[in-house]
Design a protein around this ligand. Structure first.
Ligand SMILES: Cc1cc2nc3c(=O)[nH]c(=O)nc-3n(C[C@H](O)[C@H](O)[C@H](O)COP(=O)(O)OP(=O)(O)OC[C@H]3O[C@@H](n4cnc5c(N)ncnc54)[C@H](O)[C@@H]3O)c2cc1C
Length: 417
């Protein structure tokens, strides 16, 4: 099997295939794993899944365990606090684990490098994809690189039984397969800035994760092992250069909490935010997972998590097809149907609602939103149901991750052949 993209989702898929005893080739354009911080939240359902490939304990050892998070208003202060310990009867991980995504990338890379069922081809950019009926053929431009790159560069052709496109939001696999990526791009971009200053000292009473509503400039403030990170929206009319000057960054942070001498900055990223879902996650033997299949606002921290769920769902099915002779169409159509529904009905719906709640400008709707959150947090049963949903436990339990296809699908497909 071939995985295109050695981001967190592609490498999770490769590790799960290798763990199931299947040989896998990973093709990655970069000469080495990407070191960007990007996402930094892991939810309960994801921690459970990562147990399959023995990654969870390493993450727990390095990550920050955060059971409580707050919803605040920049003008009115604390609105509601949610306690994930309410999920204690259902999961071993009743909290969010805060850990920058490059740590997971590093754990996975170490794992794959040490596994002789895995061939890593870094420095190889995929430029062609063909489904040959009984397999897939991939063309890649190589420029040398480490771990399998071809010195001097050239073109490589690889063959496999299935192709997993995990090559991110601008996925070449998706485009080469002719799959549309419907949705919208937000007018504003998001800027996330990381500082080593302990923001709990500047903002007493905040939690390690805080969503802060404001009609002018909402915020997302979160703590990771390396730093505190503050995210705010950058209006469309402000350029990247203007938004990221040291003076401008300090001005924004000082408005969050004054600090004589200013904030030391250890990382910053500005990026465009899209809400998009591929029209199909399957074209024959080509399957899409992670950002290649769906992208969303980071508010709620579910994009990368749901990508990891895609990877486990798909690889459990591919293992059944390869090892147990399971019906490929029934399995892969179920992957497509389930994961697309989760992307639309949970990930897109919730991240859009979460972002809108923060940026709401209508005073009456803002007050109503705050009332709703206070009522939710005050009722343990409703709060538990809400937390099951936001931690992706609900979607994982409802659809299952990689569970066998329903009888109807097997019967219908058997009858149509
Ligand atoms: C700047 C930025 C900040 C972000 N911040 C947050 C955040 O704060 N919170 C949050 O929840 N999410 C955030 N995200 C989203 C999160 O990082 C993604 O959901 C996550 O990285 C998806 O993982 P992936 O493995 O699907 O894709 P990626 O991490 O994008 O990995 C794709 C891999 O495929 C490779 N590739 C691409 N094209 C080819 C090709 N043609 N051939 C071979 N390889 C190829 C790339 O080099 C890359 O290594 C952020 C994203 C960006 C861009």
């Amino acid at each position: 099997m071939i995985v295109v993209g050695a981001g967190p989702v592609g490498m999770t898929a490769a590790a799960a295939l290798a763990h199931a005893g299947l040989p896998v080739t990973v093709v990655e354009a970069n000469p080495e794993p990407r070191p960007d911080w990007r996402a930094s939240t892991f939810h309960a359902a994801t921690m459970e899944l990562l147990e399959d490939i023995d990654i969870t304990e390493r993450m727990r050892a390095e990550g920050l365990t955060v059971p409580r998070y707050q919803f605040r208003d920049r003008r009115d202060g604390l609105i509601a606090e949610f306690d994930l310990s309410l999920l204690g009867a259902e999961t071993r991980y009743p909290y969010r684990l805060q850990l920058n995504q490059q740590r997971l990338v590093r754990f996975l890379f170490d794992r794959l490098r040490a596994d002789d069922r895995v061939e890593l081809r870094f420095g190889a950019r995929v430029t062609g994809v063909a489904d040959t009926g009984d397999g897939v053929e991939v063309t890649a431009r190589t420029d040398g690189g480490t771990d399998g790159g071809i010195d001097g560069g050239g073109e490589a052709r690889l063959r496999g039984s299935y192709l997993i496109g995990a090559d991110g939001a601008a996925s070449a696999v998706r485009k080469l397969s002719g799959v549309a990526f419907e949705g919208v791009t937000y007018r504003e971009r998001f800027l996330i800035v990381s500082t080593t200053v302990d923001l709990r000292e500047q903002l007493p009473g905040i939690a390690d994760v805080n969503y802060v509503a404001d009609p002018v400039e909402w915020l997302f403030i979160l703590h990771t092992p390396e730093a505190w990170r503050v995210l705010w929206p950058v209006p469309a009319e402000v350029s990247d250069e203007e938004a990221t000057t040291p003076e401008e960054i300090q001005r924004h942070l000082r408005a969050v909490a004054p600090l004589p001498g200013g904030y030391p900055i250890v990382d910053r990223q500005i990026y465009r935010v899209h809400q998009r879902v591929a029209e199909s996650f399957r074209v024959g033997r080509v399957l899409l997972v992670g950002d290649a299949a769906h992208v969303n606002s980071p508010i709620g921290g579910v994009g990368l998590n749901s990508g990891i769920h895609d990877a486990f769902d798909l690889t459990r099915r591919l293992a059944r097809i390869a090892r147990d002779g399971a019906d490929p169409d029934a399995e892969l159509d179920t992957f497509d149907a389930h994961r697309r529904r989760v992307a639309l009905e949970y990930v897109q719906a919730d991240t859009e609602r979460n972002t809108q709640r923060l940026r709401e400008t209508d005073p009456e709707r803002r007050r109503a939103s705050h009332r709703e959150l206070r009522a939710l947090a005050a009722d343990p049963d409703r709060a538990r149901a809400w937390l099951r949903r936001v931690s992706l436990l609900e979607s994982a339990r409802r659809f299952g991750i990689g569970t066998p296809p329903p009888e109807t699908l097997l019967t219908n497909q058997g009858a149509s052949r």
